[in-house]
Structures are given as structure tokens and as C-alpha cells.
Write a protein that binds this ligand. Structure first.
Ligand code: TRP
Length: 326
């Protein structure tokens, strides 16, 4: 029997190479070895952007296209929309009884967003509780995420344990499966994020990618072409590590000695990155032309996910002695 894993992403707009390298490609590698669920968490998006719901349909669609062009195969994993499986909401309600408000308000993700965006809603406070429900409703053993999500998974394990202690053994306590590439720097050397506008979109043209890289932040001590550089401090080199095989031998030494200038270094990176993204971009273009197929995949994925989710909810109701009818 294969173990189960689940992961999810918010449909918050165009995906970038950080999402691709830190998450999607890793998920695609895992889908052969695990029973896998890939969720598009539209309800989570509402916790911050509850007003602009008109964009969601297109974003959900684009996210499904991104998932599949990155190699997620609907035959191997269930690709689905969170709000299509109502059991997530039911379990969220039950789980909300098993966690205290101070535990949630202390989470760094809550503190950060509250400060940045002034988010204060009841729904936003429950963000990690909904995430715990996403995971536990499939009794997932592991959750492939980045380090920034670790505390949320621990919280999910904690809630699962509390449920088991209160009502009897029902849930698996999920574990974090850290992604091999933890973080990708953006063009300004902060973490790559659409909200910082320092990102390299997957769906961009090759020219656009090259142009964005051209403006990328580099080692501030390497002012002129022949100045010696410090690759370990340069975000461009971090990207070379991903896209340029043999970067340690071919890029780092000539940068250090000053033989390789930043302009040429970035041109090499742009070429390698575009080569690596080309098959994904081509697949994207193909898939985007087939909306009926994409929506069918999501519907089918939802049906498969719901079957498991309903079974687990039955166990929950039985454990809680709330199964009133046969
Ligand atoms: N909070 C996650 C993020 O911001 C998204 C998410 C929602 C998720 N539900 C999940 C991730 C369940 C893993 C498992 O990236």
C-alpha cells in the first residue's frame, strides 16, 4: 500500500519559477511513489481576498494548467478544487473546537499577515485549521511543503492527535516532507513572490524572462565586469545552481577571478532557464487550448477526492458518536 500525500496552493495568480522549482516539480516526482492529492485551495484565497471573487474561476483554471504542464498527471494524482469537496469545510468546523485562539494568534504566519495587511477576520484566523482539515480529510501521511509551512503541518498533527485522544484513534498525524529546493531568490534578492514583483513567471515569454534576469540584483561588490565576485552571495548564482549543470565548476571560478562578468553570466542563465522551461511552456500553450478537458480533469479529481473524504468523515462522525442514522 502506497502512503498518501497531499499538497495545495492558492490560486492567487500567475505562478513563478519559485512555485515550479520549490513545489510543482517536486510534486511531479512524488506522484509515482505516493497516493497523491493536489488541491487548488480557493477557500484559503478568500481568507485574504474575499472581495475579488470574480477572478477565481480563471485563476483556478490557470492553476490546473500550471499543475499539469509541470508534469502532474491526472491519471496518477487527483487534481481538484478545495471548494468542490465540501467535507473540507465540515472537518474544519470540527477541528476549530480542538484548537485555542491564542495558539492561532501566536503563529508567525498570522502575525506577519496581520501586520502587513491588517487581516483580522475570523476566517483568516482559521486559515491553518482549514489547512489541517485539507490534510487530515485524506489521512495524508506526509505533506510536501517549504519550510515556511512547517508550523502549519505541526499544528495539523497536533489537532489530529487531540482528536484521537478525545474521540479515539481516527487520524494519522501528518509529517512534513520538506522540498529539496527550499527557497528561490527573486530578482531583488528577496524571496521570490508575486507580491514583491520580483518574480519570473513560468508563463512568460523567453524574451521577458531574459529581460527580467538582465535587471536582477547581483553581488554588490562586483561593480565592474572584471571585479572579483562572490557567487555564494549572489542570487543569480543560486539560480545557476538550479539551471546550469556544472555551475560550481564553470560559473563560480571565473566569477571569483573576475573573468566572467555579470552581463554574460546572466545571459548564460537566461539561456539555460529558458531551455529548461521550454517544454513546460509548450505544454502550457497546448493545455490552455482545451478548457473542456481541464475542467473535466478537475471534476474527476474532485469526485475521486470526495470519495475518500466522505469515508473519513464517516469515521469522524462514528468516533464522535454523531452518526444518528444508519
Ligand atoms: N498554506 C499553503 C501555502 O500557503 C497552502 C495550503 C493550503 C496547503 N492547504 C494546504 C499546503 C494543505 C499543503 C497542504 O502554501
Amino acid at each position: 500500500m502506497k502512503e498518501t500525500i497531499l499538497s495545495g496552493m492558492q490560486p492567487s495568480g500567475e505562478l513563478h519559477i519559485g512555485n515550479l522549482e520549490c513545489a510543482l516539480r517536486n510534486w511531479a516526482r512524488l506522484q509515482d511513489d505516493y497516493n497523491m492529492y493536489c488541491c487548488i485551495v480557493d477557500w484559503h484565497t478568500l481568507t485574504a481576498d474575499y472581495k475579488e471573487t470574480g477572478v477565481l474561476k480563471e485563476r483556478v483554471y490557470q492553476m490546473a494548467v500550471d499543475y499539469m504542464s509541470a508534469g502532474l498527471d491526472p491519471e496518477k494524482c487527483a487534481i481538484f478544487v478545495q471548494s468542490d469537496v465540501k467535507e473540507h469545510a465540515e472537518l474544519h468546523l470540527i477541528f476549530s473546537m480542538l484548537i485555542t485562539v491564542p495558539t492561532l494568534t501566536r503563529l508567525p504566519t498570522f502575525v506577519e499577515k496581520q501586520e502587513q495587511k491588517g487581516l483580522d477576520s475570523y476566517g483568516f484566523l482559521g486559515y491553518p485549521v482549514l489547512q489541517a482539515a485539507d490534510i487530515c480529510i485524506y489521512n495524508a501521511h506526509k505533506v510536501p511543503v517549504g519550510k515556511d509551512q512547517e508550523k502549519h503541518i505541526w499544528l495539523a498533527a497536533d489537532i489530529a492527535k487531540r482528536f484521537n485522544n478525545t474521540y479515539g484513534e481516527t487520524f494519522i498525524e501528518p509529517k512534513v516532507l520538506l522540498t529539496p529546493i527550499p527557497l528561490i531568490p527573486g530578482t531583488d534578492n528577496r524571496k521570490m513572490s508575486k507580491s514583491y514583483n520580483n518574480h519570473l513567471p513560468i508563463a512568460a515569454t523567453e524574451e521577458d524572462t531574459t529581460a527580467r534576469l538582465k535587471k536582477m540584483y547581483t553581488d554588490p561588490e562586483k561593480l565592474r565586469k572584471n571585479d572579483p565576485g562572490h557567487p555564494e552571495k549572489c542570487p543569480v548564482f543560486q539560480l545557476h545552481r538550479i539551471y546550469t549543470p556544472g555551475a560550481e565548476n564553470d560559473i563560480a571560478p571565473p566569477c571569483r577571478t573576475g573573468e566572467l562578468g555579470c552581463v554574460e553570466c546572466k545571459q548564460k542563465l537566461a539561456a539555460n532557464m529558458n531551455n529548461s522551461l521550454r517544454p513546460i511552456r509548450e505544454k502550457r500553450v497546448e493545455l490552455e487550448k482545451q478548457p473542456d478537458y481541464i475542467w473535466d480533469v478537475l471534476k474527476d479529481g474532485g469526485n475521486r477526492a470526495r470519495k475518500t473524504a466522505q469515508e473519513v468523515m464517516e469515521k469522524v462522525r462514528t468516533a464522535m458518536k454523531m452518526k444518528y442514522w444508519k
